[in-house]
Design a protein around this ligand. Structure first.
Ligand code: T4K
Length: 369
C-alpha cells in the first residue's frame, strides 16, 4: 500500500536548482552572507511585506536568538499547544515559561487569559500562529501596551499569510518564521526574523555571526546561526513556485472539507475572515461521544492504511517529560482538551485528490463502527 505521510517537502525542478547553484559552485563562496543570502533576504522582505528581515539557519534559532537579543529577564507568557521549539527557546534563554490557555476555535492564545497570568516578573508574550491561524493580534497588542511587554510571534506556520492585506510578519516587536523542509516554503532548513527596530536588527546580526564586524573586531558574544548559500538558493527557487503550491494545497484542503465538513463530532479548522491562508496543516478535532471514534482510533486506522497522520500538538509542551513535575497541563484545560483530540491529516501540494478521498473514507468508517 502506498505510503502517505503528513507532509512532503516542496521542491523545485532539479534543473532549476542546479542552475541556481551554478554561481555558488563557480565562486566557491558557500556561506557567510554571500550573494544568494542577500538576494533571498531582499526577495522575502518584499514577498512578506515586512520592513526588515534577518535570515537564520532554522526557525528555532530565529526565536531563541530573538529572545536573547531583547535581553529579557523573568517570565514569558506563552502557549503549550505548539512544537517543542517555542517553549525550548524560552527555557534555553534562562527565562520562565508561563503557560496560558488557548481559544477553542483558533487554538491561539486567548488575550483575556494572558492578562490573568501577568505578574511583576512578566517581560514578554510569545504567541504562536498555530497551523497558520492568526492570533488575536489586536487583543495581544492591547495587553502588551498596557503592561509594557515585548511581543515575539512564533510565525513558523504563517508563511505568506496576510491579514486584511497586511503581512503576518508585521505584528509585534518581532515575528519568527521557519523554512524547514516540512513547511509551506522551505530552504531545506532555515528561518527568519521580521522586525522594524534597526537596533534589534544589529543585535540579531551579531548573535547569528559571533558578533563579528570585520576581520579584527568582535563586538558581541554571538553564536553561529547563518543561512548558507545552498539553502538560500533553494529558497530562491521555492519562492518562485510558492503561490502555485499554496493554490494546490488549497484544492486538497477543500477536497478534505467536501468530505468532512458538517460531520457531527468533527471540528475542522475555522476559516478566519480577512486572512489569506497558506493551507499548511489540516487539523481535525475528534469528539468521541458524538463522532463514534476517538483521535487515537482514527490514528491507528490510518496507520493500518499506511497513512502517517500526526498528533500535532500532543503532548502539550508543558507535559513534556523534560519538564517532569514543573508545570501542570490541567492549568490550560482548553489546550489539554484540544491536544488529546487533534489529528493533523496529510496535506501537501502534490497530495492526490484520490488519496484525500481514501483518507476521508478511512476516517469516516471509524465513526460508523
Ligand atoms: N515553532 C513552531 C510552531 C514549529 O512548528 C517549529 C517547527 C518551530 C518553531 C521550529 O522551526 P525549525 O527550527 O524546525 O525550522 C517537524 C519539523 O521538523 C519542524 O520544523 C516543525 N516545526 C514540526 C511541526 O514538524 P517532526 O519531528 O514532526 O518532523 P519529521 O521528521 O517527523 O517529519 C514530518 C514529516 O515530514 C515526515 O513524516 C515526512 C515529511 N518530511 C520530513 C523531512 C525531514 C519530508 O517530506 N521531507 C523531509 O526532509 O517536526
Amino acid at each position: 500500500m502506498k505510503q502517505i505521510l503528513v507532509t512532503r517537502s516542496s521542491m523545485p525542478p532539479f534543473e532549476e536548482y542546479m542552475e541556481e547553484i551554478r554561481s555558488v559552485w563557480e565562486s566557491h563562496w558557500l556561506t557567510n552572507m554571500g550573494p544568494k543570502h542577500a538576494e533571498l533576504a531582499e526577495a522575502l522582505r518584499a514577498y512578506l511585506g515586512v520592513e526588515r528581515i534577518e535570515l537564520f539557519t532554522n526557525g528555532h534559532m530565529a526565536i531563541e536568538l530573538t529572545l536573547q537579543a531583547m535581553n529579557l529577564q523573568g517570565e514569558v507568557i506563552t502557549t503549550p499547544f505548539t512544537f517543542a521549539s517555542t517553549t525550548h527557546a524560552i527555557v534555553r534563554n534562562g527565562l520562565e515559561p508561563v503557560f496560558c490557555d488557548i481559544d477553542p476555535v483558533s487554538f491561539t492564545l486567548d488575550p483575556a487569559k494572558i492578562e490573568e497570568r501577568i505578574t511583576e516578573r512578566t517581560c514578554a508574550i510569545l504567541p504562536v500562529h498555530v497551523y497558520g491561524n492568526i492570533c488575536d493580534t489586536d487583543g495581544i497588542e492591547a495587553v502588551a501596551r498596557k503592561h509594557g511587554l515585548k511581543v515575539i510571534y512564533d510565525a513558523c506556520h504563517a508563511f505568506g499569510e496576510t491579514v486584511n492585506g497586511k503581512g503576518a510578519g508585521t505584528f509585534g516587536d518581532a515575528s519568527c518564521f521557519s523554512f524547514h523542509a516540512t513547511k509551506v516554503f522551505n530552504t531545506i532548513e532555515g528561518g527568519a526574523v521580521c522586525f522594524r527596530d534597526t537596533a534589534l536588527g544589529e543585535k540579531l546580526y551579531d548573535l547569528k555571526n559571533f558578533g563579528i564586524h570585520g576581520p579584527e573586531d568582535v563586538r558581541a558574544v554571538g553564536a553561529n546561526a547563518k543561512m548558507n548559500e545552498f539553502c538560500a538558493a533553494m529558497g530562491l527557487c521555492n519562492l518562485r513556485h510558492v503561490e502555485e503550491e499554496i493554490e494546490k494545497r488549497k484544492k486538497a484542503g477543500n477536497r478534505y472539507r467536501s468530505h468532512l465538513e458538517g460531520i457531527p463530532g468533527l471540528q475542522l479548522n475555522a476559516v478566519q475572515p480577512g486572512v489569506k491562508y497558506n493551507y499548511g496543516y489540516f487539523p481535525v478535532i475528534f469528539e468521541r461521544d458524538v463522532f463514534g471514534a476517538d483521535r487515537d482510533e482514527v490514528f491507528t486506522a490510518l496507520a493500518e492504511q499506511n497513512v502517517g497522520a500526526r498528533k500535532y500538538f500532543w503532548p502539550l509542551t508543558s507535559a513534556f517529560s523534560a519538564f517532569a513535575g514543573k508545570y501542570d497541563p490541567a492549568e490550560t484545560p482548553v489546550a489539554q482538551r484540544i491536544s488529546e483530540r487533534v489529528l493533523t491529516l496529510p496535506l501537501y501540494a502534490d497530495l492526490a485528490h484520490e488519496d484525500v478521498d481514501r483518507i476521508c473514507e478511512t476516517v469516516l468508517r471509524c465513526g460508523k463502527r
